[in-house]
Structure formats: C-alpha cells, structure tokens
Design a protein around this ligand. Structure first.
Ligand SMILES: Cc1ncc(COP(=O)(O)O)c(C=O)c1O
Length: 349
C-alpha cells in the first residue's frame, strides 16, 4: 500500500509543522513569555514537592478551578482547566463545531486558530481586521459561522479590541464567541468577570505569559455554567497533570509577581517603542508584552542578523497584513538595550 497524505483527514492534509527554532542559548524575545524568568511561587512549589506519581491527578483539576474561582469571584463550575490554552481552544472547537462548520477568525491573529478549527473538521473563515487592526464587527457577525474567535489583546498586532465591539459581536452573533485573553493580564479590560451577562461567551486565559510558566502547560476557559458544563464533558479527563496543577495553584497565590511583571512591561514598552522608531521602524500600539513593528530593512535579513547576534524575535514579514513586520517581546531594560544595539548594528551597519 502506498500511503500518501490523502490518508489524512481532509481538513488537515495541508498542515506543516509549527514554529520550532533550533536553539543555541539565544535571548528569546520570540514567544512573549515573561522576561523576569520562571514564576517564583511555582518554582518554590516544585522545589519542595513530593508527589504520588502512581495516582491520577484530579479528573478536572478541581483544586486549580477553586483557586481561580476565588481569584475572580466566580464559581469553580465556571472554569475548565487544561493543558495550556491551546487545549482550551481544541476543547472549544470540539464542543461547539460540527464537521464543515464555519468559524470566523480575524486576520491577522493567532496562527493556531486555523489549525484547531481544521483539526476539528471545521472551516476557518478569515475576516480581515480594519486598517487600524480593530474588529470589523459587521464582517464578523455576517459569516454563517458557529464560533467567532478573537484574541484581545491581539497576537501579533498587540492591541486590545474595543470592548464595545466585542459586546456588539456577542449580542449580534448567532453562535459561541471566544475571547482569547492570553495576554489579558497586561490589558485594562477583561471579559472574565462578565460571563454571566452573555449566553454565548467563552474567555480563555493562560499561565504561559504573565504567569511565567509556559513550560508547565496550564490554561483555562471561563464561561457561564451552561457552556462550561458542555465543555467539561468534552475535555479529556486528567489532561492537566498534577505537578502543573499544584504549581499553578501556588502561582495564583502570588499576585504580587504578576503586578511586578505587568508594571515592568508598562515601563519598558514605550522605551523599546521609541528605540525602534529611532531606528526607522513603524511600530503599532500595544496593550501587551510585545510590539509589532515594520522593519526599515528586509524582515528576514533582520531576523537572521539578530539570531547571529544571539537574539530571537518572530518574523511575520511574509504574511498578508503584516508585510515586512517582526514581533518582539518587551524585554527588561538590559534586554531592550541589547536588542536595540544589535538592530542598530544590522540596520546602520
Ligand atoms: C493569542 C494566544 N492564544 C493562545 C496561546 C496559547 O498559549 P498556551 O501556552 O496557553 O497554549 C498563545 C500563545 O502564544 C497566544 O498567543
């Protein structure tokens, strides 16, 4: 038997593998993790930990769901926890879409939305953001779609969407609206505490960014009890391992670290932005811990030059709407100074 890619599910045949750079100890400003380093409370938990590895973790991560419910003033039954917010995306599409259903996905936004929609047999309908990277509300609701998804703040553009636009989509869209707040800790507005105002709202959050625990893969969804119950019945039982769950509970109890992390980004973001502009970049307004910028020289040349000098940033330059753009995480003062020095060397040299 000759096996070709035709053996794959129709909607996944065109897939290639995800971003997986070869690493040689570079400064990583390409994944928007917390540049202050590992979450200290989670590290302490891991250092002290003793686990019964023979036992299963709690089926639905009730301990973490309880801690998050307390943090937000919600009920544990409003929360679904799992293996990164990527698992929560998967659970969302698994729960709410049938084979062939349309899902409205803004462009540009998180590249894995298209992947998760197609993994679950759906069709990702691209809906362009407006010129200033805001939601085109009419275009989002006009799609004959079952799910509409939007990251706010948006990745890779960095800006938050207007709350009034999200509210309008929630009221006009005849399906489930997913607001992905992976970078929500950095923004002023959030939909997390508003789940009971809407029948159709799912909010996603992660421990991978401000919480500085990407390695442990923890994410969660927040929704009214009706939707949360549906999603919980679809989610893979035990998908969040007990070590990660315990570390996440410890991390929730240290909100001071989150505040410090957010403050640092708010201080450093304008400094980095100004430095990039001085070097000839067009920068876009950001409410998150990264900046999208249009390069004054060829994007691939810039990214390769930085890699040679020991810094990784992310290249979006070949994609529609982000032509010749790169995305960099906002670093500490030292990181940003080094990044700007390397860029000056490439651009001016
Ligand atoms: C907008 C957005 N959503 C979801 C994720 C996935 O995060 P996690 O590490 O929780 O799977 C990312 C990661 O970069 C992201 O940028």
């Amino acid at each position: 038997m000759t096996v070709t890619r035709d053996i794959m599910r129709e909607t996944t045949r065109g897939f290639s593998k995800y971003y997986n750079p070869e690493l040689h100890g570079e400064l990583r400003l390409d994944t928007n993790t917390n540049v202050l380093g590992s979450n200290p409370a989670a590290e302490r938990y891991l250092a002290e930990g003793k686990w019964d590895l023979n036992g299963y973790p709690n089926t639905y991560s009730d301990g973490l769901r309880g801690a998050l419910a307390e943090l937000y003033g919600l009920e544990a039954d409003n929360i679904i926890a799992g293996n990164g917010s990527d698992e929560m995306l998967d659970v969302t599409f698994k729960t709410f879409t049938n084979w062939g259903d349309n899902c409205a996905v803004p462009v540009p936004s998180y590249s894995l939305y298209d992947y998760f929609v197609k993994c679950n047999g759906g069709r990702a309908i691209e809906v362009d953001l407006t010129e200033d990277f805001q939601l085109d509300v009419d275009a989002m609701v006009r799609q004959d779609a079952k799910v509409a998804i939007m990251p706010s703040p948006n990745n890779p553009t960095g800006n938050s969407f207007r709350t009034s636009d999200i509210e309008e989509i929630l009221s006009r869209f005849d399906g489930v609206v997913v607001v992905d707040e992976a970078y929500g800790e950095y923004a002023d507005d959030s939909m997390v505490r508003r789940i009971d105002e809407f029948d159709n709202l799912v909010v996603l959050r992660t421990f991978s960014k401000a919480y500085a625990m990407a390695a442990l893969r923890v994410g969660y969804a927040v929704a009214n009890r009706n939707l949360a119950d549906m999603m919980m019945s679809v989610k893979i039982p035990y998908s969040l391992n007990m070590v990660s769950e315990g570390a996440a509970i410890a991390a929730v109890s240290d909100q001071d670290f989150i505040r410090r992390s957010v403050e640092m980004v708010r201080e450093q973001r304008p400094v980095l932005d100004a430095g990039l502009r001085r070097l000839g970049f067009e920068t876009f307004p950001s409410d998150s811990n990264f900046i999208l910028a249009r390069s004054p020289i060829d994007h691939a040349e810039l990214v390769a030059g930085l890699k040679e000098r020991g810094v990784l940033i992310r290249d979006f330059g070949s994609k529609r709407r982000t032509e010749n753009c790169v995305r960099t995480t906002v670093g500490t003062q030292e990181h940003n100074a080094f990044l700007l020095e390397c860029i000056a060397d490439i651009v001016e040299g």
